[in-house]
Design a protein around this ligand. Sequence first.
Ligand code: COS
Length: 383
Amino acid sequence: MEFTFTEEQTMLRDMARRFAETEIKPIAAEIDLNSEVPNHILKKMAELGFMGLVFPEEYEGSGFGELGYCIVLEELSRACASTSVVLGGHESIGAMAIYLAGTEEQKKKFLPDCATGRKIAAFALTEPGAGSDAAAMRTTAVEDGDFWVLNGQKTFITNGGVADIYSVFARTDAGSGTKGISTFIVEKDMEGFSAGPPEKKMGIRGSHTTDIFFDNVRVPKDHMLGVRGDGFKVAMKTLDVGRLSLGAQCVGAAKEALDLSIQHANQRAQFGGPISRLQAVQFMLAEMATEVYAMESMTYRTAWMCDQKMPFSRQSAMVKLFCSEALDKVVDRAVQVHGGMGYMSEYPIERFYRDARIVRIFEGTNEIQRLVIARDLLKSQKY
Ligand code: COS
């Protein structure tokens, strides 16, 4: 068993850490306040190869695989959850659907632009009436000569309006449940495509979340990803990767919340000395550190499984479930350690507390993760 990063992975981590520390952290509060990750940050991430870390070099990716991608997501998430969510919407799920389901020709055509950051991607599954029950979607795609004509609405789309390329799921066969869904690449300049205004959110405010609309959008037939009727499986396979990547985002945020708490506990004096000498505070720090250790262990182990091409669907649901709930506990204790200061927007921990809450909801609520885990467990009888 090997539990250390390679030299290359260590260099990647150091580079991501330097970038996050010097260029993102100083403006993280501003990103939250202005509800926008500035373009120069996205441009720099593209220059550093972060937009295509997970994809092989033949598609102009950096070839670091899921493990390398998790390393970078962790570092970015220490600085700013919004920035890592923008990257996640693009790489973990938006472009990932193309990588997992595209033909060689489609991958050669669309991935290099995504992997280099020339184009931003998004993943469009959820609809107003189809959240956890993704197969209840009503967006339709109807064949017309060399085109599919899309009509409908998607909601809560990360990178909506910002993205150039959307992996869109639509119903191609009425009444066939999960089997009647197909995946399409929709480009933002296609006629009839539009995005609504960004939603106002509790956290991850720098990432844009919008509705997107399809009004007779004519999508060329060579833009269908995978085969007709396979879209639900494409969505599930893509979300397996997305949910795992969320683990790395949680690890980064939890480590930062712990570091901030240790610093604060050492600096804040009450009852004649730093509060870190009080057992009540020490216990909170100990519990936070234990959560971080467990989150880190399961996330990187599962990323390794993903890179080894082992089945990891159940494990990715476990990572998402455990890490998002552990992160909530960590940030909650972090606010407690900070006392009244933890409630003030002036201190970063208030933002971490708000940003954390979404992870128990997006990319499949934690109730859905429990369902995925239990179904797989009962089917295979193995753990
Ligand atoms: N990889 C590949 N195939 C998968 C899969 C996976 N991870 N998970 C399910 N499938 C396949 C199943 O094997 C099944 O195929 P067959 O019919 O050939 O056997 C098919 O997909 C349908 O699966 P299932 O019967 O489990 O579908 P359900 O409608 O019962 O729903 C849940 C499955 C609830 C798990 C699914 O709808 C889900 O994940 N919902 C949450 C959606 C979500 O995450 N939304 C977030 C928005 S994106 S940010």
